[in-house]
Design a protein around this ligand. Structure first.
Ligand code: ADP
Ligand code: MG
Length: 700
């Protein structure tokens, strides 16, 4: 074979790939060049080293291969129902090969009495085994030893309809590798490859398609995952390094009257040790002269809001304006109320800015921001709109947000001449390795302690057939003066049914508790109606709130002590934990009741069990990672292309993330000015990746 191809060669240079095929694979699957092709990895391999006999078959076998001859062809049916059947024997039995389309191709290409290797999933029909649409190879062209592990490539539905097959890609990759002019260039510095005993990039990529063994495949996968994660981490660390060099922070050295007045005269309770420590960490950051970019992690109810408020007061003491952004209007309004309650008659002006603040009131807020009268602005995304102008914005808090990437944070920076300090608060515990990527450029503070006197929420599992005991439990709590949430899942696929479940549940509750007032809230309601219903519950006017997951984030009704989650089997762990966090906010014993049907998968059982056993958000997050793919982990979806990883999986490859981080850290430390020849390859590659993928630098 001629060695003529380079990575940039068009796939039409491959024998057998004409313009129409090239168009198909290019348009549908983005395979234009040899490089595209060899980086298109199979999703599985099938061991084709074993041959079966027809008399060994059973219908529960996944894929089998057989060696034998076609005895005869037969066409059955007419018109669109027409099918082609080949009677096939391996000398130990007879089996039918069946085609519903491509009949012409089959009868033209496959011959009676010639030896073939046939591959497919066996089925049973009309008293005989059959394989529909088998893969067929000339037995003389394949030997078992060369077949080895056969790659299976993902083919999108549309491409499949236009005739794309895994088999054809296999042919292309096979020839591409044999025709490549030179080894695929290395992308990691030699020292890293050697010290970590990694496969070369060339070997790893070839091995991903055609592994000699399962072990080799896993080494290849490891090498490519590490590389992928390494460049993500290097990018994050370099970004942080650049920022620390180029961006100066507003110094906040003073602890002044406002902070001290609040601390001594208005703070209704003692801070927890964790709150004190975190406030000190933040304060140290803000007076360092660097711009603070910090993540505050703390479980639901751990008192993050108060920490935010106190740091805001510090900033105000230093002559700065502050703002806090919540993900929803309801939460923003709750923060406003909380702050005003905490501050009482202190001379601090707190204002609200959301889409609902309009007219005169909006004008007055905007003016107050521009002339510096407003000290604390509470709002939604509305606060980063262009027309919102601050006189001197020095500190920004982003509450309960996962969608606030570097790019959006950068927009905040432009709200002031010197970028404000930024604190991102999150209650969804994020496993450390995932945080390293999502929030890799942030320093992290953790509140790992709940305020004293909280009784841990008691979580129990309840089958949906025992409605009576459930209702009597609810009744007991309500008689004690408490309130109750009842939550239903609402997932788009079956939205109508879900809504019906919620309505039915509502009716049932109304029947069971005719003397009570019951609120109902779901995502299909108008924002204002939703708001009004929530408010009725929050003020204690209604005793039960029937809702979908709209209440998941942040709502604070300390008097609510029971959280009933219907169809709990349909929620993920993180979501269950978030929902549970809506209760246990007062001093009373609170309960979370997970209602499910009888038939549960073993995985669901484990999930429910974890919930009943622990209240620790971090433990739950780790368990969650093990159960679910990374796409499901909150925060990763919205990040789009930044997490469009080919081989690595942020959820499962936590350990490799850590290794990648350490390697990247080592490079930054050894070559802080990016000028050592040893690491030149890294910096080149990084800037190349940045160019290839526009969004790549907006990670986290
Ligand atoms: P988070 O935002 O972390 O979920 P919050 O800030 O809403 O938690 O706090 C939950 C509740 O605990 C609030 O009612 C708050 O006033 C109260 N709280 C906060 N810190 C303390 C403390 N140190 N001692 C007692 N209660 C506290
Ligand atoms: Mg909160």
């Amino acid at each position: 074979m001629n060695h003529l191809l380079t990575l940039d060669s068009d796939i039409t240079y491959l024998p057998g790939v004409g313009p129409s095929r090239a168009k198909l694979y290019g348009e549908e699957m983005g395979l234009h060049t040899v490089q595209d092709l060899i980086l298109y990895f199979p999703f599985k391999h099938i061991d084709r080293t074993r041959l079966y006999y027809i008399h060994e078959l059973s219908v529960d076998m996944p894929f089998v291969q057989l060696k034998g001859k076609i005895l005869s062809f037969e066409e059955e049916g007419v018109g669109r129902k027409k099918r082609l059947v080949a009677h096939f024997t391996d000398g130990h039995g007879i089996l039918d090969l069946v085609w519903f389309n491509g009949l012409q191709y089959v009868s033209k290409n496959y011959k009676v009495n010639k030896e073939y290797i046939v591959f497919g999933k066996p089925g049973y029909f009309n008293g005989r085994f059959q394989i529909m649409h088998p893969d067929i190879d000339d037995a003389s062209s394949l030997t078992l030893s060369t077949m080895g592990m056969q790659p299976y490539y993902p083919i999108p539905e549309k491409a499949r309809k236009r005739g794309a097959t895994s088999r054809f890609i296999e042919g292309m990759t096979n020839t591409a590798f044999s025709m490549l002019k030179y080894p695929i260039p290395e992308t990691l510095p030699q020292t890293i490859v050697e010290r970590n005993m990694l496969m070369s990039r060339d070997e790893a990529i070839r091995c991903m398609h055609y592994p000699q063994s399962a072990d080799a495949l896993s080494r290849a996968t490891y090498r490519l995952k590490l590389e992928e994660l390494f460049y993500i981490q290097l990018n994050i660390l370099k970004f942080t390094q650049d920022r620390q060099r180029e961006v100066h922070g507003i110094p906040c050295p003073r602890v002044g009257d406002i902070f001290l007045d609040f601390f001594h005269n208005h703070l209704p309770f003692t801070l927890t040790g964790a709150q004190q420590r975190v406030i000190k960490e933040i304060q140290a950051d803000m007076k360092s002269g660097r711009q603070m970019n910090r993540l505050l992690q703390g479980d639901v109810g751990s008192g993050k809001t108060l920490v935010a408020l106190m740091v805001m007061l510090l900033a105000i003491d230093n002559g700065l304006q502050t703002c806090i952004m919540a993900p929803t209007e309801i939460l923003a309004e709750q923060h406003l109320e909380t702050f005003r309650n905490f501050l009482g008659d202190m001379p601090v002006r707190v204002e609200l800015l959301t889409g609902m603040v309009k007219g005169k009131r909006r004008k007055s807020v905007l003016e107050g921001l521009e002339n510096g009268d407003v000290n604390i602005l509470v709002g939604t995304h509305a606060v980063i709109e262009e027309n919102v102008i601050f006189k001197n914005l020095g500190f920004v808090v982003i509450d309960e947000q996962h969608r606030f990437g570097v790019a959006q944070r950068a927009r905040l920076w432009r709200k002031n001449v010197v970028p404000p300090h930024v604190l991102v608060m999150t209650a969804t515990p994020i496993p450390r390795t995932l945080a390293m990527t999502l929030y890799g450029d942030l320093d992290v503070s953790v509140i790992n302690e709940l305020p004293p006197g909280r009784k841990p929420i008691l979580t129990v599992h309840h089958y949906d057939t025992h409605v009576k005991t459930l209702y009597s439990g609810i009744r007991q709590q309500i008689d004690l003066g408490r309130q109750v949430y009842v939550v239903y899942p609402l997932i788009t696929e079956s939205e109508k049914m879900d809504l019906k479940n919620l309505e039915d549940g509502y009716e049932q509750l109304c029947e069971a508790f005719p003397d009570l007032k019951i609120s109902r809230v779901h995502g299909k309601m108008k924002a204002a109606d939703k708001e009004a219903e929530m408010q009725r519950f929050a003020s204690g006017e209604t005793q039960i709130l029937v809702a979908t997951t709209v209440i998941e984030v942040g709502v604070n009704v300390p008097n609510a002590s029971v959280m009933v989650i219907e169809n709990a089997e349909r929620f993920g762990l993180a979501q269950l934990h978030q929902l549970r966090g809506r209760v246990g906010r007062g001093a009373d014993q609170s309960f979370c009741i997970l209602v499910t049907g009888y038939e549960l998968s073993s995985e669901t059982r484990k999930r429910i069990q974890i919930m009943t056993e622990t209240n620790d958000g971090f433990e739950i997050a780790e368990a969650d990672l093990k159960f679910r793919g990374p796409g499901d982990i909150e925060g990763t979806q919205q990040s789009g292309t930044a997490f469009d990883l080919r081989v690595a999986n942020l959820a499962r490859d936590g350990q490799i993330v850590q290794q990648a981080r350490d390697l990247a850290r080592g490079v930054i430390d050894n070559d802080p000015n990016h000028d050592k020849p040893e690491y030149a390859l890294c910096w080149q590659r990084l800037s190349q990746l940045g160019k290839d993928q526009q969004d790549w630098s907006s990670i986290s």
